[in-house]
Design a protein around this ligand. Structure first.
Ligand code: NAP
Ligand code: ZN
Ligand code: ZN
Length: 348
């Protein structure tokens, strides 16, 4: 077994603190990764605090991992020692069902194995995430990252990046499309960068007037304060796509109204309370609501290659592991630009 250091949530209410545990010895297809950076996703908070129910403790969160390969199992040919790699939100799946056969393993019929807060396929071993010094992962779920990308900025691509890239690709966003992004957080700022890179005319919908300047800096062409009813009304039936990245409880109607003919509301935010949907708003303009969960292995690698080509990374504030509890509180107060990333050298 491989001893590693980490930080864990021990229950839903107390602060995260040190947790030492072991990773499995390498199987023939495994890769051992020295974790250099680990992004802090709002899903980490939802799960550490059991906001979705069913959390398993002690839980080492973190599913936006970048690092360097230390060594590989005997049958690994995709990677070698010192390669720059990433691990995202899943570390395994059944590999046999229809979604797995087309590399959309996030929709595995038998359930994907999440990077943490999940049991491995043996249903006994706890999967533990990136707030730790090393991880062992089957090569299928490890991604190659260009050495040209900043590794701290690249970490959030593994969740915030792929989660916004995938639905934008699915909606076939292209030059000239009118795209709105609701919520300027970790996912939202990546959605803006991708939609801009895809050639769309991008509008930021935010509850924070103070973020208007930043939205423009990120490339958004327009900014609308989503709490301003009149401003929102001016945009009724205006957009081809609205990406909803909001982490807190809210209803979908306010965004449905903004959709033009056959417009799509792409839902990625995961608040705990079910939102209200008015069917009359849904049938108007033949609007649709489309949910999307991260991305499969093939699309995640394609997204990382796209980011390398266009030099896209997240805007990050790098923190030591010891500041994680403060970082959670700041995220809840909307005080992060726009992703915390843990420098794992702080734990080594
Ligand atoms: P985040 O960085 O905390 O950003 C969330 C944003 O939501 C905030 O910046 C804020 O933007 C907006 N917001 C917060 N409270 C709000 C409120 N009361 N009313 C309206 N807007 C509010 O979170 P994140 O890491 O981007 O994650 C966003 C959501 O996506 C979370 O629920 C997360 O679990 C989920 N997620 C889903 C997937 C997936 O596969 N579908 C993957 C990863 C994460 P403004 O200040 O601009 O309003
Ligand atoms: Zn995430
Ligand atoms: Zn499967």
């Amino acid at each position: 077994m491989i001893p590693v250091k980490g930080y864990a949530a021990y229950d839903a209410t107390t602060s995260l603190r040190e947790f030492n545990f072991e990773r499995r010895e390498l199987r023939p297809h495994d890769v051992l990764v020295d974790i250099l950076f680990s992004g802090v996703c709002h899903s980490d908070i939802h799960q550490a605090r059991d906001e979705w129910g069913g959390s398993i403790y002690p839980m080492v969160p973190g599913h936006e991992i970048t690092g360097k390969v230390i060594r590989v199992g005997e049958h690994v040919n995709k990677f070698k020692a010192k390669d720059t790699v990433g691990v995202g939100v899943m570390v395994d799946s059944c590999r046999q069902c229809k979604p797995c056969s087309i590399f959309m393993e996030q929709y595995c019929a038998d359930g994907m194995t999440g990077t943490y807060n999940n049991y491995e396929r043996d249903k006994i071993t706890m999967a533990q995430g990136g707030y730790s010094t090393q991880i062992v992962c089957d090569e299928r779920y490890v991604y190659s990252i260009s050495e040209n990308l900043d590794l701290a900025g690249a970490a959030p691509l593994l969740c915030a990046g792929i989660t916004t890239y995938s639905p934008l690709m699915f909606a076939n966003v292209k030059k000239g499309d009118r795209v709105a992004v609701a919520g300027l957080g970790g996912l939202g700022h990546m959605a803006v960068k991708f939609a801009v890179a895809m050639g769309a005319e991008v509008t930021m919908l935010s509850t924070s007037a103070s973020k208007a300047q930043d939205a423009k800096k990120l490339g958004a062409h327009h900014f609308v304060l989503s709490t301003d009813r009149d401003a929102m009304k001016k945009h009724h039936s205006h957009f081809d796509v609205v990406v909803d990245t909001i982490s807190a409880d809210h209803n979908y109607d306010v965004f449905l109204k903004l959709l033009d003919l056959q417009g799509k509301l792409l839902v990625v935010g995961l608040p705990k309370t079910e939102p209200l949907v008015d069917p009359f708003e849904l049938i108007k303009n033949r609007r649709s609501i489309i949910g999307s969960m991260i991305g499969g292995t093939a699309e995640t690698q394609a997204m990382l290659d796209y980011c390398a080509e266009k030099n896209i990374v997240a805007d990050v504030e790098v923190i030591p592991m010891q500041k994680i509890n403060e970082a959670y509180e700041r995220m809840l107060k909307n005080d992060v630009k726009y992703r915390f990333v843990i420098d794992m050298s702080s734990l080594k």
